[in-house]
Ligand binder design. Structure first.
Ligand code: CA
Length: 219
């Protein structure tokens, strides 16, 4: 028994997946297709995708944002959870990586819910703010280059309605955030974690899920 989060070993992790993971066949196939990719570690964990989908349903999300698509597993997870008229603005700069996911989005019948924008995400988010979309989104997932996280966070927070949720990925960064930073990515995550802790505009919870996921609710 413990009053702190468990450190999962392989046996317990496989138990967790074996007793809770529900994937659409296209999610399983996309995960398998990404497993051999040299940057496969950039894909979110399947139990994280399922958790995000649950949040999307709990919040009744209709308008969502994703910053950092990679091969599209998280976008697929969110899109499958959105209602028929729900929309996901998916931001990435890599046509090569995102193209891997497209066939699976189509096969799952959710490609029409996903607007893939291939451009620097700061620019895309600024364009949507300039169009007067502040306060009109329900949900955002940030999982891209770490040095720009604070810029993504501020823009997503502006685009969210009060009560909307921002999810920030990799906040524990393999444990590096708890040690003196040796690189810019770690330093950026440490700075954002410290800022969020005292950010009076939001409620938050930092979860030791996958590589660390912070849930931030706009007040
Ligand atoms: Ca990530």
């Amino acid at each position: 028994m413990s009053n702190r989060s468990l450190n999962l070993d392989d046996t317990l992790y496989h138990y967790l997946l074996g007793h809770s993971l529900r994937e659409h066949p296209c999610q399983t196939a996309l995960r398998a297709a990404t497993a051999s990719h040299p940057r496969a570690r950039m894909q979110i964990a399947p139990e994280q995708g399922q958790f995000m989908a649950l949040l999307v349903k709990l919040l009744g999300v209709k308008r969502a944002i994703e910053v950092g698509v990679f091969t599209g597993y998280s976008a697929l997870s969110v899109a499958l959870a959105l209602p028929a008229d729900g929309r996901l603005l998916a931001c990435d700069i890599s046509e090569e990586f995102t193209a891997l996911g497209l066939p699976y989005w189509r096969e799952a019948g959710v490609a029409d819910k996903i607007e893939l924008k291939l451009a620097p995400a700061l620019q895309t988010l600024d364009e949507h703010l300039a169009k007067g979309e502040a306060g009109s989104y329900d949900f955002a997932f940030i999982d891209a280059d770490k040095v720009s996280y604070d810029g993504y966070y501020e823009r997503c927070l502006s685009l969210l309605r009060p009560g909307g949720l921002v999810l920030i990925d990799n906040v524990l960064w393999g444990g590096d955030v708890a040690r003196p930073a040796q690189d810019a990515d770690t330093a950026a995550l440490q700075a954002l974690n410290a800022k969020l802790h005292r950010d009076e505009r939001v409620d938050l919870s930092m979860l030791p899920l996958a590589d660390g996921l912070t849930l931030v609710r706009k007040r």
